[in-house]
Every structure is written in structure tokens, then in C-alpha cells.
Design a protein around this ligand. Sequence first.
Ligand code: C5P
Length: 240
Amino acid sequence: MDRLIVALDFPSADTAMHLVDRLQGTCRWFKVGMELYYATGNCVIDRLRERNLEVFLDLKLHDIPNTVAGAVRSVANAGASLLTIHAGGGERMMRAAAQAASAPDSPELLAVTVLTSMDAAELSAVGVADQAGLGDVVSSQVIRLARLACSSGINGLVCSAEEVSAVRKLMGPGTRLVVPGIRPADPDSSRAADDQRRVATPAEAISRGASMLVVGRPITLALNPADAAAAILAEIRAAD
Ligand code: C5P
């Protein structure tokens, strides 16, 4: 249960907490992203923390170094355990964020490499080329950004299951690698990829080296979210 993070992509704290109730204690980690945080602020984090649940604050900060450092300080005491920034913001931005997050009680920072919704064509269209010559523009960019994050003082990363084994090899066992874009293979609980492009099953992601999985719609839109979460947890345990 410590390796599954349920994404609470909801517009209000009440709808988010209703889903948490329906999970009946099967999950301990919850992701508060832009939709929910912009609607509720710290209120939903307080409600999750009252139940001793862990919060992954997925704000994907990406701005000039001074602004990102200020944003990290502003949410430092909100009660989240993890906070995301975009590795694409560059070395100085990540260093400023890491420095801001060195204050007591601050969340651990994770650098988002390439969004799991992007494929090679979309990445090329925004001007990213396969400079490392790996033959795969997405993997090249993920590895490049993972190295940059590491040398900028950020030790946790978000990537897709397609790159996680290469990133694990590069970073070693001690780095927290968080993998979204998860779609269970079980025909009863499987969904279309939705807007995701680089997807894998929970077992594939775990066996390739993911530390934690982020799962949203396969659980939140399931007829029985507790059953969907339990099936994913069983798949994680079996692949471990
Ligand atoms: O519903 P689904 O399982 O696709 O949700 C995945 C969650 O993970 C979303 O909340 C999304 O914001 C987040 N995420 C992602 N890709 C990243 C980083 C975060 O899909 N690279």
C-alpha cells in the first residue's frame, strides 16, 4: 500500500474525500494535483492529514528560479510529503527549489522528466531532438533530464514505465522513481489509455524498477474503486 498513489483529480475536497472513503483504507498515499489544489488550497491536504494519509502534491512547478523557490517555501509547511517540479525548468531552477526545500518539514522534491501523455512526435514538435543518439527521442530526453535533476540536487524523478528501467540503472537503487501512465491489464478494470501515451501495467512498471505508481482514472472511475485498488495492489505485490 506504500507503493500506490491514487490521483485525486477532482474539482472539490468533498468529491475527493468521498473517493477516499470509498477506498475503505486500502490506500495510504493520495495525489493532490492542480485541479484539486487550485480549487481547495491546503484544506484538502489538512483533511487527508487528519486521517494520517500521505500527500503527494503534484503542482509541477515551472518558472524562473526565484518564483519556484518562493512557491516551494509557500507550500513547505502544508503537510505534503512529496512535491513536483519540472526538470525542464533547468539547473538553476532546480537548484533554487532544492535550496528552498532544505528547510525543516519541507516535502521531498521530485523532478518530472517527460509527461507520460507525450509521445515522440509531440516531443519532436516542441523542438526536442535525439541528441544522445539513442534512437528514441523520449528516452534520450528523460535520461538527459534525470542526469540534470540529479546534478542539481533533486534525487527523486517522475518518468514513464517505458524509461524506468534505464533510469533505475542510471540512478541506482536509492532514488525514488514515481511512474504514472498506469493501465491495468485485467479486462474488468482496464481502461483506454485516455490522454496518456506511454502506458504500462502495474506489474510491468514495478518489475522495471518503479518505486511508486500513480493511478488515477482506472481507480477513480471504476464501478468499485476499492476493488480496482485492491487488484492493483495485488499486482504490485506479485511483481515485487
Ligand atoms: O488518470 P490517470 O491514471 O491517467 O492519471 C495520472 C495522473 O498522474 C494525473 O493526475 C497526472 O496529472 C499525473 N501525471 C502524469 N504524468 C506525469 C506526471 C504526472 O500522468 N509525467
